[in-house]
Design a binder for this molecule. Structure first.
Ligand SMILES: Nc1ncnc2c1ncn2[C@@H]1O[C@H](COP(=O)(O)OP(=O)(O)OP(=O)(O)O)[C@@H](O)[C@H]1O
Ligand SMILES: [Mg+2]
Ligand SMILES: [Zn+2]
Length: 507
């Protein structure tokens, strides 16, 4: 499709005046049926890279997405824009509803689902009946064995792609090192993918780290920052109780609306807090990493890390929530010498240790059928990711097939191999953690250092760069406008036209 024509379609359907840097090249290649790996910074608009082709293509676009809330949000937004032929299949749907939807999948042009649900044989069966024109993997770093978590179904996508008749594949991410990029292509079995690797740094963000001796000092500092100006702020914690505690402290100390959010809360409470924050009914949210992915709020100005995460990738995703409207925003990490204890403890829960392997293998040698995953975790005293790790490798060598132990005589021979793999993983995780810590303790330009593992150099920022270059979060300029695209391009009439046009497309 010609460049002008593509731009017209963007304006018509989405009301954006221009493509943001990187989008058009990706979309053009996707429309030409190529396999594409697209790396774009957080919040720039990766979704558009498949949403626009999905609108223009005649066939179906399948999107693999790691989080239900993320899919549901996108479906809601698209429906609000008038694109109705879209659905998020998920495990929260009751079985009857899911069964009904599965029977009428041909109604849809854009289908979101998780990698786990894609493995469901019934789902595969129904998807195979469709003409899949594009297969998208959003947050594609999850595919990599060096990705964020051990979501093992991500490693089984290539087989499903083949079963669906090998449609063109689009893999998207904001945080993939060259090593991970290579791994994504390999895991997807598409070594010749066209890569569009854009610079990942955000020129509208300033960075800073402040050192303290005691945790109490962090709270005082946050209160003083928040006091200066009321503006949407996220504060990240690695512990749920710390998030709750500071939320209470801030509520008492400030005349601002503060709430906490973490994975231990009821679903309804989480949803409520998220919606309040999105609608500007909260000023400050104290949260764990459970909050963030898929949160597309344009005007978050400050992301503060009370605790820093265990790897740079997570950090980049978390600060990526800020400044999505392209206006100035800032990141601040508060650090005390004591902060290094907690991440180490959390790391230990992620990867099994040698004694865990011994315990699990000994149990497997005496049993032939596996209980449910939950029971197994409890019985073996493992975390979910520890068990996922073991199960994945045992399934891979077919010692476990369909929840049954098949070749227990092979267990002993396999043990040294799995120990070798987990030691490798340990080493990797520790190295990642050290990279993050080095950044926190770095004495030099933080921008350059942060993106060093991913790319060569950074763009000249349009705001002050970092604390090393003279920035303090006290100077955050909230008025300045540094947007390079006009969000207000479309008049109500253009939008209306687009909606009518889509209605007619969708029947
Ligand atoms: N060309 C454009 N012009 C203006 N706004 C745009 C454009 N493309 C996308 N956007 C807006 O940018 C915001 C972020 O988009 P999106 O959620 O797709 O980002 P993302 O790159 O997927 O981010 P993340 O890394 O967090 O997943 C959305 O609100 C979207 O409407
Ligand atoms: Mg996205
Ligand atoms: Zn700098």
């Amino acid at each position: 499709m010609a460049t002008d024509e593509l731009l017209n379609q963007l304006r018509k359907y989405f009301g954006h005046a221009y493509f943001r840097s990187g989008q058009q090249e990706i979309i053009q290649d996707v429309m030409n049926g190529r396999d594409v790996l697209g790396i774009l910074p957080t919040g720039v608009g990766k979704s558009l890279c498949f949403q626009l082709p999905a609108l223009l293509n005649k066939g179906v676009t399948i999107v693999i997405s790691p989080l239900i809330s993320l899919m549901v949000d996108q479906v809601k937004q698209l429906k609000a824009k008038g694109f109705k032929a879209v659905i998020a299949l998920n495990s929260f749907m009751d079985l009857k509803e899911r069964s009904k939807e599965l029977k009428q999948l041909d109604k849809y042009r854009l289908i979101y689902l998780s990698p786990e649900l894609l493995q469901n044989p019934r789902v595969t069966l129904e998807l195979k009946k469709l003409h899949v024109q594009l297969f998208v993997v959003d947050e594609a770093h999850c595919i990599s064995q060096w990705g964020h978590e051990f979501r093992t179904d991500y490693l089984k996508l290539s087989q499903k792609i083949a079963e669906l008749g090998n449609p063109p594949v689009l893999a998207l991410s904001a945080t993939a090192t060259p090593e991970v990029q290579k791994d994504i292509k390999q895991q997807l079995d598409k070594p010749d993918m066209t890569s569009h690797i854009n610079q990942m740094d955000k020129p509208n963000m300033s960075f800073s780290v402040e050192q303290f001796l005691y945790p109490e000092d962090k709270a005082k500092r946050i209160i003083s920052i928040a006091h200066q100006k009321r503006t949407p702020t996220m504060i990240y914690f690695s512990s749920r109780s710390a998030a709750e505690q500071l939320a209470e402290e801030l509520t008492n100390a400030l005349e601002q609306r503060v709430a906490f959010y973490h994975g231990g809360m009821e679903n309804m409470d989480r949803l409520l807090v998220q919606q309040q924050f999105m609608k500007d009914e909260l000023d400050i949210i104290c949260c764990t990493s459970a909050f963030g992915m898929g949160v597309d709020k344009p005007n978050i100005r400050r992301v503060i890390h009370y605790h820093f995460p265990a790897q740079i990738e997570s950090f980049i995703q978390e600060i990526g929530r800020a400044g999505r409207d392209c206006q100035p925003c800032a990141s601040l990490v508060l650090h005390t010498p004591n902060d290094q204890v907690l991440p180490q403890l959390l790391l230990e829960k992620e990867v099994p240790r040698e004694e865990d392997v011994r315990r699990v293998f000994s149990w497997l040698s005496q049993n032939s059928k596996l209980p449910s995953d939950e029971e197994m975790l409890e019985k073996m005293n493992l975390s979910e990711s520890q068990w996922n790790f073991l199960k994945f490798h045992l399934e891979h060598v077919q010692i476990i097939i369909n929840g049954e132990v098949r070749q227990e005589d092979k267990l002993e021979a396999f043990r040294p191999e799995i120990v070798k793999r987990l030691n490798k993983r340990w080493k990797y995780k520790n190295q990642k953690y050290k990279q993050m810590l080095d950044w926190v303790l770095h004495k030099g330009c933080r921008r350059d250092r942060l993106y060093m593992p991913f790319q060569k150099g950074t763009a000249k920022p349009v705001v002050e760069c970092c604390d090393y270059c003279g920035f303090s979060i006290d100077d955050l300029d909230i008025q300045k406008d540094s947007c390079n695209d006009s969000e207000n391009f479309s008049s109500w009439k253009d939008r209306l036209d687009a909606v009518f046009l889509q209605e007619s497309i969708n029947g």
